[in-house]
Write a protein that binds this ligand. Structure first.
Ligand code: MG
Ligand code: MG
Length: 257
């Protein structure tokens, strides 16, 4: 069932998602060749706790860390490790918080130094696909309108959409109804209503859409080992459009500074 949120609840979700954005900004400042993904995890955990929240992923379904850190061909759910980032890598960082009874959940894919032009295009197009999806996130539309917008934009560049993992409702639980796939048909799926809060999170691959679930029980990677990108927003469905609860400008301003 889909839980509709009151405006007060949406504000608590906004607080969480702005904290996630600030955490991703803090992590982003440290993304340089040589830093390990476990060091990034420690920075995020300390930042979240110092702001009065609890990491949302730590212990969720038994996940061992604060961040999901997925490098290059890893799509999502990568476990932080002693892997040191290298020039030319891309790193998808997915972060969650719990504060005042609600969750935050957003993701951003960062470049480590200079990256190949086609990989930069993958990052740009995946983020644009997210924005195309957000533009459809209004009352009266259906989930399929979001899905189709994400898919059409991504595939128009020859990239492919991961099928096995989808966006979701967000609230007192990290994964609520409805599911929000990144592929599908316009006009299909659950009706979007004012007060719904959903995460839209395209996972877009440079090569094949097929993925492999690694034996660590978490990491998902592309089957052809080509890179994958992931950007995620939490949005509230408003009468006249999406109220985006995540703020990438915090991250992007930190990267420019
Ligand atoms: Mg996430
Ligand atoms: Mg999510």
């Amino acid at each position: 069932m889909i839980h509709l949120k009151t405006q007060e609840e949406i504000e608590l979700l906004r607080e969480n998602n702005l904290l996630v954005s600030a955490t991703l900004a803090e992590v982003g400042k440290h993304i340089k060749p040589g830093i390990t993904t476990l060091q990034l995890d420690a920075i995020a955990e300390q930042f979240i706790r110092s702001h009065g929240a609890v990491p949302g992923f730590l212990g969720y379904g038994g996940f061992p860390n604060t961040l999901c850190v997925s490098v290059n061909e890893q799509v999502v759910h990568g476990i932080p490790s002693d892997y040191a980032l290298r020039e030319g890598d891309i790193v998808s960082v997915d972060c969650g918080t719990i504060m005042k009874g609600f969750y935050g959940d957003s993701a951003y894919t960062f470049a480590v130094g200079r990256i190949e032009p086609e990989v930069q295009q993958l990052l740009d197009v995946t983020k644009e696909a997210l924005y195309k999806g957000v533009a459809q996130a209004k009352a009266g539309n259906r989930v399929g309108d979001i899905s189709a917008a994400v898919q059409e934009h991504s595939e128009s560049y020859g990239f492919s959409v991961v099928r096995e993992l989808v966006g979701h409702g967000l609230g007192r639980n990290m994964h609520e109804d409805p599911e929000v796939p990144n592929y599908g048909a316009k006009g299909r799926g659950p009706l979007l209503k004012e007060g719904m809060v959903i995460c839209i999170e395209p996972m877009i691959n440079l090569g094949t859409k097929y993925v492999v679930f690694e034996r660590d029980g978490w990491t998902v990677r592309t089957r052809d080992r080509k890179p994958s990108a992931h950007f995620e927003f939490a949005v509230a469905i408003g009468k006249h459009g999406a109220d985006v609860l995540t703020d990438f400008s915090i991250i992007e301003n930190a990267l420019k500074a």
